[in-house]
Design a protein around this ligand. Sequence first.
Ligand code: NAD
Length: 266
Amino acid sequence: MVRIAIMGVSGRMGQMLLRLVDESDLAVLSAAVERQGHDWIGQDLGSVQGGAARGIIVTDDLAQALECSDAIVDFTAPAVSVPLAEQAAAAGVAHVIGTTGFDDDDLAAIAQAGKTGRIVRAGNMSLGVNLLVKLTQQIAQALDTEYDIEIIEAHHRHKVDAPSGTALMLGEAAARGRGVLLPEVADRGRDGITGPRDAGAIGFHAIRGGDYIGEHDVVFAGPGERIVLRHVASDRALFARGAIRAAIWLQTQDVGEYSMFDVLGL
Ligand code: NAD
């Protein structure tokens, strides 16, 4: 059993991680961490969730949490994850980083921590999306510009950015496969008299509405046939599932910073 500490246990992803660690046959919860001053600090994790006491006290003491853990899974914020990378490396504890929004300095600091520690960092922990990225690159590589590439994504009405980060990851993969740079071929959201499609363009379209969790289609439209790759997220638990898989996978790896591609062996 891999002993997993959850960082930010009261958060949206923290709660999801807790549920999935509890359901796992391969992992066990070793510590529940929250930020200093959080209401849950010092209280039993089971009790604060309205259930029976479970003997795990929510803590803000990272050193103590690391001491009793094989891995720490962290979906928090860059200001938390960057120093944690160094601390986890020093403690010999594997660090799974699902946090997003790092700047270049943050990424350099995490890469530095990866010289002595074991890290998996991925902006999308979904196993299916990472597989889709890889397949998109392979198919784009195999097909010429007779096959037009269009990426269509759908998200809930609260999403503020378009195209989604995942759609851009897919676009980057398609461009890589074709040996071109995405900014030079991206065609985002057509409107009006656009003229015929440019050969080699990679198109992006965004649907916003309701409670979509996240859907992505990559279309390769060629003469007489179309290939459509589709990923549908129907439960946010899939991000937590990927993170727990990464925490277990890291137990048998050498030091280094890895991505979900490595975890999946892609
Ligand atoms: P959230 O705000 O619901 O949860 C963050 C939690 O971290 C909060 O409970 C907060 O109190 C806690 N926290 C803050 N500072 C802390 C500290 N110093 N020590 C311990 N805990 C601390 O946010 P969320 O929706 O769970 O998302 C968190 C991050 O995960 C975001 O960056 C989001 O973009 C990212 N995310 C990534 C993926 C992926 O697949 N990689 C999927 C979903 C979300």
